[in-house]
Design a protein around this ligand. Structure first.
Ligand code: GDL
Length: 459
C-alpha cells in the first residue's frame, strides 16, 4: 500500500457549525499536524459570517492580518492552507456580479498568501431560481459553471492552485434521495473540470464505515477519485456528546482510492487530540491498523494534559471515561460492558446478583471520581470543554447507584425510588426535553408518538 504522497490531502477541516477555533488553537493544531505529518488545513468554519452568510464581504484589516499569520504559520509547518467559501445560501448563479464577488473574495486571500481554494455547496436549499434554471438547466450545471469559471481565473494567477468542490448531495443517502436534482453527480462528473477535487462524506453524513466498494462506485460517477470529508468525530449535531475514540471503520486500502482524507472533528479543539492522533496513524500505517491499539497509545500521550491541582488521574480511569465518549455508533469496550452490567442489574432479581452489584458500584464510583477530578484540571480549557458532560454523567451515575441500592435493600420489592438531587423540572427538565419525549424512535429508525410506542407491560 502506497503511503500518501504530498499531493494526497491529509489533514483537518475546520468545517463544523458553532464557535470557530481561536487563532491560538489553530496554531497548536499546526504544531500537532507537523509532528504527525498531516499536510492540509482546510478553513471552512460554517458560522464565521464571511465564510457563508456574508460570503460577499471582504475582511477588515484585523481579520485579514490574522489570516495572513495563519497562512504563514501553515507554510512554516509544511501544511497546505486551503480557503473555502460557501456561497450557496443565496448565490444567483447566472449573474456576473456574483462571479466578481467570488473573485474579489479570493483575490483578498491570494494577497494574503493563500494558494488553494474551495467552493462548498453543502447544506443549502435544494432549489434553483427560474433564471438560473433557464440558463443552466440544473443546479449541478450552475454550480459547475461557477466552480469552473473561478478555477480558470485562479489558475491564471496561481498555476498550481488546488481547488475543491463540495456538491449539494455529498453522501450516499443524499444521492439516493436525489438531493440537488436528477443525475446531479453524473452532471458534476461530466461538467466539472477534471482538475477540481470533489468532497464526499461516505454513505452517510456521519459514516460508520466507508468501504472501498462504495468509493469505487462513486469514482465512476464522478470520473475522479473523491476527497473524503470525514465527519466521524464531528459533534456539532449533538451538544451532549463528544468523540474521543479512534479513527475507525475505514480500511487502509481506502487511501489508494481517494485523493485525500480530511477530518472535520469536535467543535471543542482540546478534545481532538486522540481523534487526530489516531487518524494520522491510520494514514501512515504500513501494515494493519489496529484502531483500539492506536487509541490506547494516543490516550497515554494525552494523559499529561490531565494534570490536576490535586491527585493525579490514572491512565485506566481516563480510558474508561474516554470509552464513554468514543464514537457516534459505538461505545468503547469498557463503557459498553458497564452499560450492559447496569442494564442487567435493573432487569434482574437482587437474589441472582452475586458480586455484580458490588462490581457495578465500584466501577461507577471510579467514573464519578474521575468526573470530580476533572474540575481540578490545570488546563482550564479542557475542563470547560468537559464540564457539562461530566456533570451530566455524574448525575446519571448517581441516580443508577441509588436505584440499584434501593433494589438491593428492598430485595426486589418495588418501592418508589426518589432522589432529592433529581427533582422534576430541574432534572432532565425543560422544553426540549419534553419535546424529545413526544416521539420515540424505534429500533428500525422510524418514529412513533409516545402513546403508540409498544411497551413491554400493558397500559
Ligand atoms: C455536515 C456539514 C458539516 C457539519 C457536519 C456534521 C459536510 C460536508 N457539511 O453535513 O459542516 O459539521 O455535517 O454535523 O459534512
Amino acid at each position: 500500500m502506497a503511503r500518501p504522497t504530498n499531493d494526497f490531502l491529509a489533514g483537518v477541516i475546520e468545517g463544523f457549525y458553532g464557535q470557530p477555533w481561536t487563532h491560538a488553537e489553530r496554531l497548536e493544531l499546526l504544531e500537532w499536524m507537523e509532528r504527525w505529518k498531516l499536510n492540509t488545513y482546510f478553513y471552512a468554519p460554517k458560522d464565521n459570517l464571511k465564510h457563508r452568510a456574508l460570503w460577499r464581504e471582504t475582511y477588515v484589516v484585523a481579520e485579514a492580518e490574522s489570516l495572513r499569520e495563519l497562512i504563514k504559520a501553515c507554510g512554516q509547518r509544511h501544511v497546505r492552507f486551503i480557503y473555502a467559501l460557501s456561497p450557496g445560501l443565496d448565490i444567483r448563479y447566472a449573474q456576473l456580479e456574483e462571479m466578481a464577488h467570488l473573485q474579489k473574495r479570493f483575490q483578498q486571500l491570494l494577497d494574503l498568501g493563500c494558494e488553494n481554494f474551495s467552493l462548498l455547496f453543502d447544506d443549502i436549499p435544494d432549489r434553483i431560481d427560474a433564471d438560473d434554471l433557464t440558463q443552466f438547466g440544473s443546479l449541478a450545471s450552475a454550480q459547475c459553471h461557477v466552480a469552473n469559471t473561478t478555477f480558470r481565473w485562479l489558475r491564471e494567477k496561481c498555476p498550481d492552485a488546488r481547488f475543491l468542490f463540495c456538491p449539494t448531495p455529498y453522501c450516499g443517502r443524499m444521492a439516493k434521495n436525489k438531493l440537488g436534482g436528477e443525475n446531479y453527480l453524473a452532471i458534476v462528473g461530466r461538467e466539472l473540470l477534471p482538475e477540481i477535487d470533489v468532497f464526499w462524506t461516505g454513505p452517510e453524513i456521519i459514516s460508520r464505515e466507508i468501504s472501498v466498494e462504495h468509493i469505487r462506485e462513486l469514482q465512476t460517477l464522478l470520473r475522479r477519485k473523491p476527497v473524503i470529508w470525514d465527519n466521524l468525530h464531528a459533534n456539532d449535531y449533538d451538544a451532549r456528546r463528544f468523540f474521543c475514540g479512534p479513527y475507525a471503520g475505514r480500511p487502509t486500502e481506502l487511501r489508494a482510492e481517494v485523493n485525500g482524507l480530511l477530518i472535520n472533528p469536535n467543535c471543542e479543539f482540546v478534545l481532538n487530540y486522540v481523534p487526530l492522533r489516531t487518524f494520522a496513524q491510520f494514514l501512515h500505517e504500513d501494515g494493519f491498523f489496529d484502531a483500539r491499539k492506536s487509541y490506547l497509545a494516543a490516550m497515554e500521550e494525552w494523559l499529561p494534559q490531565f494534570a490536576t491541582v490535586g491527585a493525579p488521574i490514572a491512565l485506566d480511569d481516563l480510558i474508561f471515561f474516554g470509552d464513554c465518549y468514543y464514537l457516534p455508533y459505538a461505545d468503547g469496550p469498557e463503557a459498553g460492558a458497564f452499560y450492559e452490567r447496569a442494564k442487567n442489574l435493573l432487569a434482574t432479581n437482587p437474589l441472582e446478583w452475586g458480586e455484580r452489584a458490588a462490581d457495578f458500584l465500584q466501577r461507577s464510583g471510579r467514573l464519578k471520581e474521575f468526573c470530580q477530578s476533572v474540575a481540578q484540571l490545570k488546563q482550564r480549557k479542557l475542563f470547560y470543554a468537559l464540564s457539562r458532560r461530566v456533570w451530566e454523567l455524574r448525575e446519571e451515575l448517581d441516580l443508577l447507584e441509588r436505584y440499584v441500592v434501593m433494589k438491593m435493600e428492598n430485595k426486589n420489592q418495588i418501592v418508589p425510588c426518589q432522589s432529592d438531587f433529581h427533582l422534576p423540572e430541574t432534572y432532565r427538565g425543560g422544553f426540549v426535553s419534553r419535546l424529545e419525549l413526544l416521539l420515540v424512535q424505534q429500533f428500525d429508525g422510524t418514529f412513533v408518538p409516545q402513546e403508540t410506542f409498544p411497551t413491554t407491560s400493558p397500559r
